[in-house]
Design a protein around this ligand. Structure first.
Ligand SMILES: [Zn+2]
Length: 71
């Protein structure tokens, strides 16, 4: 099994500043689409906005989770 990163460092995109514990922590990052949760309530004219993906971030250090818009 090939090891791409011999240092074992966490990739940059998983390191985020966590407002809850006040440090740069590794996060579990999941991308989701708002349509999954709100499709039935979304009006057609809002469909484009509703399809915007967002990231679900969960801090491995303190367990706090939050979401952010993907731009
Ligand atoms: Zn945290």
């Amino acid at each position: 099994m090939a090891v791409k990163d011999p240092t074992g460092d966490v990739p940059d995109w998983r390191i985020r500043a966590c407002p809850d514990c006040g440090g740069e922590r590794e996060h579990e990052v999941t991308v989701r689409f708002r349509t999954e949760a709100t499709r039935e309530a979304v009006q057609p004219k809002n469909e484009m906005f509703a399809r915007q993906p967002y990231r679900l971030l969960k801090c491995y250090y303190c367990g706090a989770s939050r979401s952010e818009q993907v731009v």
